[in-house]
Design a protein around this ligand. Structure first.
Ligand code: BES
Ligand code: ZN
Length: 621
């Protein structure tokens, strides 16, 4: 076949047009198109990636070749990939035949479509490209920004749609592929990916990776740094900077028990090894479930193992998310709601019902606050589980709704028809949908069919309408009961009544009880009360990031100046968005606070990853 230039452009224009999501009720489609990807998998879809990359730590750039194996439908002329900010140099088909490609207009959120001309017999497409220093997924850290202060560090964060800023790919969670990679780094550093990983450095600084189970693009991950490894069991271990690795391995000593506990609940762990890397403090999330290698923030190293539910959460994603994947970001609650449910079940199994109920109670309070905030910001529609993110950044959907409204919905079904039935359902759900993507309608169909055929129970449409397609929190929301937190409530009431603290009771409190205490302090507090509270709980001097964050909200509200230096240091040195949001959000409520926030932000911004600056630039620049 011979393509003229004109026919190529016509083809591309046509395909670009079909990228626009159209809501045409009369057209039957098997799977609704992902509004956050330009790819057209019905024409040509990727099945395997071979990635060859040179990581230039000095210039903060990457030179790479991404070779994709593809499957195409008959007559398809184009392979369409997503890119953002990449420089595409050349594209070759199969055995080094150079081919033509075109880029669409730049969209500020989605980036560009890369349309590659393919032939009827094309099996492989090799894209030669480079990644600029400001790739949105990547944070490059100077030695000063690491614990060791000697070597640079880098890590990627691909979820939700940033994989396209370092690999040209079909960047939709509904498309899966296997991968292998050959990565070259300076030989003082170790490279790790969401794949099989080395446990020590080698002289050449060349590392080979394999991911044999098919994954979605948002789970592509790479990190490079001066990192050591410590095993926890035969199949699990901890990576971290050498000065952090012992502390981290101590904190996560129960990792193997968590994996075994998870397997006993919902079936075999499908990814062979489970390792975790503790990154430097600028990592923008608590954790990221990159398959075989969870990325985690050092802010969970509390020194008392009190914040390890985050590991249970990321581990649970090995089933909910990595195995059964949300088809689009509008269905994000299928990833996160199921994962929070699973996380609580792992914690209950390991540490008991009182512990998990305490966490559920904290979650419900957070959820109610999130709903009130969203309503206050005119975003009531984002309180539905099924989101509508067309034309928006999928990051807008990352709220407590997906996590905790999702959790309480699943818990409601568990409570209504019994745990045994729900566990059997989940086992089947993970088994039947393994290595597939599911949208919300697919989930509804699956669970209705399951309960009907297996239990002769018909789940009513109104249940799904109320929880998934309606705003707000339904009245049917389960009510966790926490005897531990009731004791904290009693201590709070006593203090409110007579100003006396109960140090003997508080001596037994864990991080979670303290958090409940801090979060439920009255709105109005005098300077004396703030000082007395600080003397009682030693909050300002705490090494626990959760406690600090909750406390600093009051510090800002009540202008408790004594804690400002510590708060400033915290904001400059921690990049975890969950902590930055409430603090900057509280600061901007007054003109002086806003100026102070801007001053801190100017110093802190160079330490933050793009997903954090993208959020706070809007608020503070
Ligand atoms: N997958 C998420 C993080 C994420 C979500 C990154 C959406 C980008 C877009 C991860 O599993 C997560 O939920 N992390 C939480 C952990 C918590 C709920 C235990 C976090 O980072 O705080
Ligand atoms: Zn999660």
């Amino acid at each position: 076949m011979n393509f003229t230039r004109l026919s190529l452009v016509a083809l591309i224009l046509f395909s670009m047009e079909s990228c626009q999501p159209e809501k045409n009720e009369s057209t039957p489609v098997a799977m609704p198109k992902d509004p956050h990807s330009y790819s057209i998998p019905t024409d040509a879809r990727v099945t395997h990636l071979s990635w060859k990359a040179d990581i230039h730590v000095d210039t903060k750039t990457i030179d790479a070749v991404a070779t994709w194996n593809i499957e195409k439908s008959e007559g398809a002329d184009l392979l369409t990939l997503d890119i953002k900010g990449l420089t595409i140099k050349e594209v070759f088909l199969d055995n080094n035949q150079k081919t033509e490609f075109r880029l669409s207009e730049k969209d500020p959120i989605l980036g560009q479509a890369l349309a590659i001309l393919i032939k009827p017999e094309t099996k492989r497409v090799a894209v030669h490209y480079s990644v600029p220093a400001d790739a949105e997924a990547i944070q490059w850290l100077s030695p000063q920004q690491t614990a060791g202060k000697k070597y640079p560090f880098m890590f990627t964060q691909s979820q939700a749609i940033l994989a396209r800023t370092w690999v040209p790919c079909q960047d939709s969670p509904s498309i899966r592929f296997t991968y292998d990679a050959d990565v070259k780094v300076p030989n003082t550093l170790l490279a790790m990916m969401s794949a099989s990983n080395p446990q020590e450095k080698n002289e050449k600084g060349e590392y080979h990776f394999e991911m044999k189970q098919p994954i979605a693009s948002y789970l592509l991950a790479l990190t490079v740094g001066d990192v050591a490894f410590k095993p926890i069991s035969d199949r699990a271990g901890i990576y971290a900077e050498p000065s952090v690795v012992e502390k981290a391995a101590w904190e996560f000593a129960d990792l193997e028990k968590m994996i075994a506990g998870a397997e006993s609940l919902y079936g075999k762990y499908q990814w062979e090894r489970y390792d975790l890397i503790v990154l430097p403090p600028s990592f923008p999330f608590g954790g990221m479930e990159n398959p075989r290698l969870t990325f985690a923030t050092p802010t969970i190293l509390a020194g008392d193992r009190s914040l390890t539910s985050l590991v249970a959460h990321e581990l649970a994603h090995s089933w909910s998310g990595n195995l059964v994947t949300n088809a689009t970001w509008d269905d994000f609650w299928l990833n996160e709601g199921f994962t929070v449910y699973f996380e609580h079940r792992i914690m209950e199994k390991l540490y008991g019902h009182d512990y998990s109920e305490m966490q559920a109670t904290l979650a419900l309070q957070d959820l109610k606050e999130t709903i009130a905030d969203l309503k206050g910001d005119n975003l009531s529609k984002d309180t539905k589980l099924k989101l509508d993110l067309v034309g928006r950044n999928p990051d807008d959907g990352v709220t407590d709704i997906a996590y905790n409204k999702g959790y309480f919905f699943l818990r409601l079904i568990e409570e209504q028809y019994g745990r045994e039935k729900f566990d059997a359902f989940l086992n089947n759900y993970f088994h039947d949908n393994a290595f597939k993507s599911l949208d919300t309608d697919g989930f509804i169909k699956y669970i209705k069919d399951y309960y009907q055929t297996k239990n002769n129970i018909s789940l009513s449409d109104s249940l799904f309408n109320e929880w998934i397609f309606s705003e707000d929190l339904p009245a049917s929301c389960p009510q966790p009961v926490s005897t531990l937190l009731e004791k904290v409530d009693a201590a709070l009431s006593q203090w409110k009544a007579d100003g006396r603290f109960n140090p003997t009771a508080a001596a037994q409190w864990s991080t979670h009880e303290w958090l409940h205490f801090i979060k439920n302090l009255p709105d109005a507090l005098s300077a004396e009360q703030m000082a007395a509270l600080d003397a009682f709980g030693k909050f300002t001097e705490s090494g626990n990031a959760e406690i600090l964050c909750a406390w600093f909200v009051h510090v800002i509200k009540h202008n408790y100046k004594k804690a400002y230096p510590r708060m400033e240091e915290f904001l400059i040195n921690t990049g975890r968005r969950k902590f930055l949001s409430p603090l900057y959000g509280e600061l901007v409520k007054t003109p002086e606070g806003k100026q102070y926030a801007k001053d801190i932000y100017a110093k802190a911004r160079p330490n933050y990853h793009f997903v954090a600056t993208n959020t706070f630039d809007k608020l503070l620049n």
